[in-house]
Design a protein. Structure first.
Length: 497
């Protein structure tokens, strides 16, 4: 139990992090803080050297009971210098706020795409089985009696530790947590320990920070370091060489591995895929179990299988799981379909070449008419993927409206032109920088049996420019435009029809 600063110093020293200390007295601690605007004299303040701001620079003016820092600071308060203050923050947060990993059975998912679908389905299965479950995801963070929209795929270690501690006080037995490569690399989950984890896939993304596939993969491998000795690792074998490598590294850590896909310990077969949803089977230990879900896209079956197998490994009956899957309407902004009187449009978060390709390929299979896509690429992110996204759009779409996503500090037209460089069939291409106008023009292009895909932002509620944000949700904007066109009344969510 960490009650005083000396307890913290001793804990960090045992973990080999301490390089210096100033301990004139031993203050009691009421909590931990990493935001100088929110600190007070009863909290342990952790100084972080970030990309844009270094809180060491304001430590002398920050009220706190004591400090953890990566370099000496100007203060007469107690402080400890550590090798890595991000790691120190993670380790002490999960210890200070209840050691939730000792009392919660936890499931975590990593992969380029599909993480949110997997963790939310797992949470819904557990809830249906009367098992209270915490959730930390890209779109929502929740405890049994509380929820709020998320700002990151993997929140800060301090935020997550407090969330899980709250979940415990509300009677939670399980936790379902997304693990992004950047979150893992920034040690936001270090100090937490998982019972079940899943690796879904690896396609190009985040090369602005990871630089190449090997670094990107190795960031995701770090999740294996956080699995309990008796934990289980589920691996989607359909993701090729990276799946094989992930499974091999898990086995080298003496972890139990369960592979699934066209080949593996569990055989996954997609039986039918249409506008009503997908039907798939899982062959588990010689028995075949059939599932139906109203979500569309065969890749969704791969994401859901990780959750199904994880839930079953915790003793949840396949019969109950089938009921949840049958009623699972998917996740906001993940291939959400809206339809009415011969018209269909979809909202999807796809912001990588592989994700955009998978979504457009799925819609093309189902479309009787043309596929029209509205998309862009985000600023301050991997520039190398931009022309590849253009190529995917060209391959599967008949009409392309190239627009802004979240340009952030970059020149929007530079981003658009880099995406456009991957599109050689210029007859397909329409460049409309204003995203609302691009969606409107796509709808005006619409003919009966055509399908419009609005890709890139999914659940997001703002559009980010250089120094400011504006309210913008693709689905809401689409319906505003449909009202203007006099077509809104004909539309509804097809998953609820």
């Amino acid at each position: 139990m960490m009650e005083s600063f000396f307890d913290v110093v001793e804990f960090l020293a045992k973990n080999g992090l301490v390089t210096g200390r100033f301990l004139p007295y031993n203050p009691k601690l009421r909590g931990i803080c990493d935001d100088s605007r929110k600190s007070n004299n009863f909290l342990l303040f952790v100084c972080i050297e970030g990309t844009y701001f270094d809180s060491h620079s304001v430590a002398s003016g920050t009220p706190a009971a004591a400090f953890i820092c990566q370099k000496s600071i100007d203060t007469d308060k107690p402080f400890v210098v550590v090798k890595d203050s991000r790691l120190a923050l993670a380790l002490i947060s999960y210890e200070f706020y209840g050691k939730a990993y000792e009392r919660l059975k936890s499931f975590s998912v990593t992969g380029t795409k599909g993480k949110t679908t997997a963790v939310i389905l797992f949470k819904e299965i557990m809830s249906f089985a009367d098992k209270k479950c915490a959730l930390a995801s890209t779109v929502l963070n929740s405890t049994p009696f509380y929820s709020e929209f998320s700002e990151h795929t993997t929140q800060s270690s301090l935020y997550t530790a407090k969330l899980l501690n709250r979940a415990l006080t509300e009677g939670a037995e399980f936790a379902s947590i997304e693990a992004s490569s950047q979150g893992l690399e920034m040690k936001r989950l270090d100090g937490y320990h998982f019972d079940r984890v899943a690796f879904l896939n690896l396609t190009r993304d985040h090369f602005d920070t990871h630089m190449n596939f090997e670094n990107y993969f190795n960031a995701k491998v770090h999740l294996l370091d956080l699995v309990k000795p008796d934990g289980v690792v589920f691996v989607n074998s359909n993701s090729g060489k990276w799946a094989n490598k992930y499974a091999s590294l898990a086995r080298k850590r003496d972890l139990k591995v369960v592979t699934y896909g066209q080949h593996g310990d569990v055989i996954l077969r997609v039986i039918r895929e249409d506008d009503d949803g997908i039907t798939f089977t899982l062959k588990v230990e010689g028995s075949i179990h059939e599932f139906f879900s109203p979500v569309i896209g065969s890749f969704m079956a791969e994401n859901m299988t990780a959750s199904i197998l994880a839930a079953h490994s915790f003793g949840i009956d396949f019969g109950l799981i089938k009921k949840v899957v049958r009623n699972f309407k998917g996740v906001e902004g993940r291939l959400e379909r809206y339809c009415g009187k011969g018209y269909d449009f979809y909202v999807d978060f796809a912001h990588t070449p592989a994700a955009l390709g998978a979504v457009l390929k799925t819609v093309k299979k189902l479309a009787k008419g043309r596929v029209i896509v509205v998309f862009g690429a985000g600023g301050e992110a991997d520039r190398g993927k931009r022309p590849l996204m253009g190529k995917m759009a060209q391959q599967y779409a008949d009409v392309i409206f190239l627009t802004n996503d979240n340009p952030k500090s970059e020149d929007p037209m530079v981003i658009i032109n880099e995406v456009a460089s991957g599109i050689s069939k210029r007859s397909k291409l329409n460049i409309v920088p204003d995203r609302r106008e691009a969606i409107k023009k796509a709808f005006m292009e619409w003919r009966e049996n055509d399908r419009v895909v609005i890709a890139g932002k999914g659940h997001e509620r703002t559009q980010i420019f250089d120094g400011y944000e504006i309210p913008f949700n693709d689905r809401d904007v689409a319906f505003e435009i449909l009202k203007e066109m006099g077509k809104f009344e004909t539309f509804g969510s097809c998953k609820s029809c």
